[in-house]
Design a protein around this ligand. Structure first.
Ligand SMILES: Nc1ncnc2c1ncn2[C@@H]1O[C@H](COP(=O)(O)OP(=O)(O)OP(=O)(O)O)[C@@H](O)[C@H]1O
Ligand SMILES: [Mg+2]
Length: 333
């Protein structure tokens, strides 16, 4: 689908205007650097300066269509005002199942040249027909990463009101961010997550000045390189299990390859095997897809045996499989 076609579709989404403003999740570990700076600066003149700055709308050099621009301003302005980035340079990928990803120019306070902003399509998560499979045992998280517990919000979610659907949308994004944080801190090969709002995540940009790292499905690998990458992916899957996570949509499409290194991406549907009865079936499907890719590259691997041994080695019980058709993340169009 072309970018312009994608954004025509986005334009049609009726609740585009209703995106609530982003609030950054207070994060002690990953965000303290910027927060400290802000606290040190806290005197009246700086407060006034900040106020004036807030009034300045986010402008950027990326040439966006009218509605895309509005969507980006609604989703990324608070990050901009918090000095995470100075400019949106280009669209890396639009028209994904759930989001569009942009390359941004880092601010001097972030110590990185570029950031990747994953900005979510309104209602994407609301359209997942089988989202209950992934949500089982999950906490519903608000835009500060806290469990939603108040009766009003839970009622809105149960009734699937506009507000309830927005809360669920935010909860999926929070889950992606929290999963990335947990895995990054656990030493897995994932982009460093920086900040999260209720419609976007800011993370480490993987790639070069003008071009992002390709996904694994698009690169050609020698047999030796393929073996290295396979070993690295398995190591990461083990790390994920060490951290009670199953990716849930792992394939060569969700692995970036950059100068011999890999980064796993795209985690909103990740699940906790201790809390989700579908975890083993989902895990096996992840391994089956991966092994199909690596078998094509001449790597010898047997997904069923591999899945079983990895799973049992981590002490998880093998539970009844879910029908595979339920595992396809279809959307209702
Ligand atoms: N941190 C990053 N650095 C560079 N490129 C990235 C980064 N994260 C994502 N991308 C690019 O954006 C694309 C979409 O990201 P992601 O898979 O997270 O979203 P998605 O909406 O699920 O897309 P899709 O439906 O294509 O899987 C990736 O395939 C990759 O090309
Ligand atoms: Mg993806």
């Amino acid at each position: 689908m072309s970018t312009s076609h994608h954004f025509k579709l986005v334009e049609q989404l009726e609740d585009l205007q209703d995106l609530p403003a982003i609030r950054n999740v207070p994060d002690e570990q990953l965000r303290c650097r910027v927060n400290h700076k802000k606290q040190k600066k806290r005197d009246i003149s700086n407060d006034l300066e900040e106020l004036a700055e807030k009034e300045q709308a986010l402008t950027f050099s990326y040439q966006a269509s009218k509605h895309e621009k509005q969507w980006l301003i609604g989703s990324l302005s608070d990050f901009y005002h918090m000095h995470w980035f100075d400019d949106i340079l280009r669209l890396i990928k639009g028209g994904g199942k759930e989001a569009s990803v942009y390359q941004c120019l880092g601010n001097t306070t972030t110590d990185v040249d570029y950031l990747a902003a994953k900005v979510y399509r309104p209602r994407r998560f609301r359209q997942l027909r089988n989202d209950a499979l992934y949500r089982e045992g999950r906490l519903l998280l608000d835009d500060e990463g806290h469990q939603i517990g108040d009766d009003g919000s839970l009622h809105a979610i149960r009734q699937r009101t506009q507000y309830g659907l927005q809360l669920m949308h935010t909860s999926w994004i929070e889950h992606e961010f929290q999963t990335m944080k947990r895995l990054y801190e656990g030493g897995a090969d994932v982009p460093k997550p920086y900040a999260c709002g209720n419609n976007a995540i800011l993370m480490e940009y993987i790639g070069w000045d003008d071009i992002e790292a390709p996904t694994l499905n698009t690169v050609s690998l020698s047999p030796a390189e393929a073996q290295d990458v396979f070993d690295r992916v398995i190591k990461n899957i083990n790390l994920m299990l060490d951290n009670q996570r199953v990716h849930g949509d792992l394939s060569a499409y969700n692995i970036l390859y950059c100068e011999g290194n890999i980064k796993l991406i795209d985690f909103p549907q990740a699940i906790n095997p201790d809390q989700n009865r579908n975890a083993y079936a989902i895990f096996r499907r992840d391994l089956t897809r991966l092994c199909e890719y690596f078998q094509d590259k001449g790597i010898h691997c047997q997904p069923a045996a591999l899945a079983e041994s990895m799973w049992l080695r981590h002490g998880y019980p093998i539970k009844l499989a879910v029908h595979p058709i339920l595992l396809e993340p279809e959307t209702i169009e």
